[in-house]
Design a protein around this ligand. Structure first.
Ligand SMILES: [Fe+2]
Ligand SMILES: [Fe+2]
Length: 153
């Protein structure tokens, strides 16, 4: 059965929080990492900051259209322990693994919304399918980085 619109708004807010937290952690990691091996990952994370922020903006607009309110900083739920910048600023592999985990979590949440809106809220569903496609691309890219970087270390 399709979720009611309040449930959909809550799920969208959860995705919104995840995107905002991802922005914070990709930004921090894109600046903090050190070393030759880190350069490519830093550049990629810096580019992703803008993409993830774009996701948050689209989710926010949909929350508003459904009659909800976009949460402020005190109302977002933060939980990405694995994505905290490592004490060892050359731990590129650790960051890549954490990014993979974050992308997988985003994918799981979008799939949940896609299922919950089936047969009812096609606009939200369409948005989440598009965002899902972006996250799958990020996931595949970082899985590729892991193959190479895990071999080298
Ligand atoms: Fe995203
Ligand atoms: Fe992503």
């Amino acid at each position: 059965m399709a979720a009611n619109s309040n449930e959909v708004i809550e799920m969208l807010k959860h995705s919104y929080s995840m995107e905002i937290e991802t922005v914070m952690n990709y930004l921090a990691n894109s600046i903090n990492l050190d070393g030759v091996r880190a350069e490519e990952i830093k550049n990629r994370l810096a580019a992703d900051v803008n993409e993830e922020l774009g996701h948050a903006m689209q989710l926010g607009n949909r929350i508003k259209q459904l009659g909800g309110q976009v949460p402020g900083s005190l109302d977002v739920t933060l939980s990405q322990k694995h994505l905290q910048p490592p004490a060892d600023t050359t731990d590129v592999v650790g960051v890549i693994r954490a990014v993979i985990e974050a992308e997988q979590a985003a994918i799981d949440q979008y799939k949940k919304i896609i299922r919950a809106t089936e047969g009812d809220d096609y606009v939200t569903q369409d948005l989440c399918v598009k965002l899902l496609a972006d996250e799958e691309q990020h996931l595949i890219l970082f899985k590729g980085f892991l193959k190479e970087y895990a071999k080298e270390s």
